[in-house]
Design a protein around this ligand. Structure first.
Ligand code: ATP
Ligand code: MG
Length: 427
């Protein structure tokens, strides 16, 4: 019978890969914690309407990328394509936004029915951050500072660049939209099919078009910057000076509009040139209108999401994963002979206590000395500890270095913790 395989574009993350995932997630978690951001966990499935009402009906996501289905009650549900909508829904539902500021983050899988390719999958993972109740631009700047810190911690400084824009208030965008539509209408024959359709539905998204002919036409298009309202201009100017003061480089990209309807004022993307077309590793912006749009009180809000697959791909491409991130064991305890298994467990427990953070594997499943040593070697451990009946009787153990040329030696149990602590630098 044919074996059932995973769904196209939905990846298993295998044991060899999880160390680098944990490394990136751990760094993000630590940094977010150090800025006082709190984790929130939302369901993976929401009412379809939540996404339609927030992301916008005429967006790539809602038009063609959502996994939507009817559950057994006939309700229309959708696997979340992004986290902001669910985060706003949850925060509002539990009264987290009333008269207070919030700095929240979440992490988990998102689902979009896109064409799978390098850096683009149907199930992918994001770490997202959403801040509520702060008018900014200080909080906008903080978000960018904390992402910059993460890049630095991961060794990505200089490999990602920040693109920044202000897309103004909805009134400003409306005026600009009219100007853009009347300009583009004169070039209908040169626009790609998607852009032509968007001319009627969501013309700003045309700025995002990757089609060559459309990009040519856009070169002469009016610029959104010329339509910005005074308040947005001020917000943007202040944000820029905060970033300058923090030493964060950026370029202003007047064509940056983002694919979701709820953004206004600040929008940004962290981009790399090392991943080809899927070069955006982190993207976000301000969405002051969304909470109200979903039925809450008007609430200032700004956030971003980073794509973990792309980040990890980038680290691997640039060979920036530290050697220590390898999932290797440190110590492998082997035991041979009558009644040695219980001692092996006791020894291993003693070492776990004495050497926090070190990985101690106790051999299970029996087998010859040779086969146990083979497993010890494969575990990546630095040392094998070998217990036989004689060692158990004399309260010693054989310490066998697996990676260095050092000699095997007999060590008393009570001397072992100190010896290994010094070998591993666990002082
Ligand atoms: P793109 O322009 O690449 O399609 P997007 O604008 O649709 O990205 P967002 O909705 O802003 O992306 O999501 C934030 C981040 O999540 C992206 O910058 C990217 O790193 C990641 N991401 C988005 N879609 C995918 C996907 N299908 N597979 C892997 N990562 C993704
Ligand atoms: Mg997309």
């Amino acid at each position: 019978m044919a074996k059932i395989q995973a769904i196209r574009g939905m990846n298993d993350i295998l044991p060899e890969q999880t160390p680098v995932w944990q490394y990136v997630e751990g760094a993000a978690r630590r940094i977010l914690g150090s800025y006082g951001y709190q984790e929130i966990r939302m369901p993976v499935v929401e009412q379809t309407d939540l996404f339609k009402r927030s992301i916008g009906e005429v967006t790539d996501i809602v038009e063609k990328e959502m996994y939507t289905f009817e559950d057994r009650n006939g309700d229309s549900l959708t696997l979340r394509p992004e986290g902001t909508a669910g985060c706003v829904r949850a925060a509002e539902e539990h009264g987290l936004l009333f008269n207070q500021t919030r700095r929240l983050w979440y992490s988990g899988p998102m689902f979009r029915h896109e064409r799978p390719q390098k850096g683009r999958y149907r199930q992918f993972h994001q770490i997202g951050v959403e801040c509520f109740g702060m008018a900014g631009p200080d909080i906008d700047a903080e978000l960018l500072m904390l992402t910059a810190r993460l890049w630095k911690e991961l060794g990505l400084e200089g490999h990602t660049r920040l693109e920044l824009n202000s897309i103004g208030t909805s009134t400003a965008r409306k005026q600009y939209r009219d100007a853009l539509v009347s300009y583009l209408s004169g070039y209908r024959d040169q626009l790609d099919k998607d852009s032509l359709r968007r001319l009627e539905t969501n013309p700003l998204r045309i700025l995002d078009s990757k089609a060559e002919s459309t990009r040519k036409v856009l070169e002469g298009a009016p610029s959104l910057a010329d339509y910005l309202d005074e308040e947005s201009i001020q917000h943007f100017t202040q944000l820029r000076s905060l970033l300058d003061a923090a030493g964060i480089d950026y370029t202003v990209n007047p064509r940056l509009v983002r694919g979701l309807d709820y953004y206004g004022k600040t929008v940004f993307e962290w981009v790399t040139d090392s991943l080809g077309a899927q070069g955006t590793v982190c993207a976000g912006g301000r969405y002051d209108g969304l909470v109200e749009q979903l039925g809450g009180k008007p609430t200032f809000a700004v956030g971003f999401a980073m794509g973990l697959e792309r980040l990890i791909l980038l680290l691997e491409t640039l060979d920036l994963v530290p050697e220590s991130v390898n999932g290797n064991a440190h110590i492998y305890v082997a035991a041979m002979g009558e009644g040695t298994a219980a001692s092996a467990f006791r020894l291993a427990e003693m070492l776990r206590e004495a050497l926090p953070g070190r990985v101690v594997i106790t051999h299970c499943g029996g087998g010859s000395f040779k086969s146990q040593m083979k497993k010890a070697d494969r575990s990546g451990a630095e040392y094998a500890l070998i217990l036989g009946e004689n060692e158990v009787a004399s309260g010693t153990v054989s310490l066998k270095p697996l990676r260095s040329g050092e000699d095997q030696q007999e060590v008393a149990w009570r001397e072992l913790p100190a010896l290994l602590r010094s070998r591993f630098g666990n002082e």
